[in-house]
Design a protein around this ligand. Structure first.
Ligand SMILES: [Mn+2]
Length: 241
């Protein structure tokens, strides 16, 4: 059984379909989606419908991204959020314009069912963004940290490579899990278009909402699959650029 991790999709359903095909995904695989399913390209509703159906037929873990919660709050009748609309929410609002009440109910249940983190049998941690408690995820006080944090990734990037794991200066947060897989901060900001490893942290967000592709990694072999740059599937759209 392969364990495959998929980065931030941001409504790029066409890229997701290409990616699943490229990796010949089957019912024997375990698929872990890192969240941020919506906000970016025009297919928010279609992407969520696809994931709801896909989850019935495949072995999936669906994690919560900050954009998924923002969309949930809006869909659930929350007050208007101009900041969210600017950061991809506008495309999601347009996508949801034509839905019926049954779709709305189904989608609200989907967003609500998302998990904040997942730890597998090999003590590998999967989550959208990060955590801040030095003792690990089960001690986290502010749940939003799981899908908003950027400090864990920055910590991994800035780690002194000469530091030993048993050194008192070594960051505690990096010692609890074999590996940590996250998204949230596109590696395209660092000029990269493939998943980036720093210490034992792997960032799989390759900027699908911007000019990058959608990526998937096999956590055991580190084999990577990628779609074409997601914007090429939506040539008349601006995405989050
Ligand atoms: Mn995010």
């Amino acid at each position: 059984m392969r364990t495959l991790v998929i980065g931030d999709i941001h409504s790029g359903l066409r890229a997701l379909k290409e990616l699943l095909q490229k990796a010949s995904v089957s019912a024997d695989d375990k698929l872990i989606f890192l969240g941020d399913y919506v906000d970016g390209w025009s297919e928010a509703v279609e992407t969520v419908d696809f994931l709801i159906d896909f989850n019935k037929r495949y072995n999936c873990i669906l994690l919560r991204g900050n954009h998924d919660e923002l969309c949930y709050e809006w869909l659930n009748g929350g007050s208007d959020n101009p900041m969210w609309r600017q950061h991809g929410g506008e495309a999601t609002v347009s996508s949801y314009e034509k839905i019926d009440i049954e779709t709305k109910t189904r989608h609200l249940a989907f967003y609500k069912s998302l998990e904040n983190y997942h730890i597998d049998a090999k003590n590998r941690l999967f989550l959208h963004a990060g955590f801040s408690n030095l003792k690990g995820v089960q001690f986290e006080y502010f749940q939003k940290t799981f899908y908003w944090d950027r400090t864990l990734w920055e910590l991994a990037l800035s780690l002194n490579p000469d530091l030993e794991k048993n050194d008192p200066w070594y960051p505690k947060r990096l010692t609890h899990y074999q590996e940590i897989y996250l998204g949230h901060t596109p590696v395209t900001r660092m000029g990269k278009t493939t998943p980036v490893q720093a210490a034992n942290v792997w960032n799989i967000d390759t900027g699908a909402a911007f000019k990058g592709p959608l990526s998937m990694i096999d956590v055991d072999t580190k084999q990577v699959w990628q779609s074409a740059p997601v914007h090429t599937f939506y040539p008349n759209e601006r995405g989050r650029n």
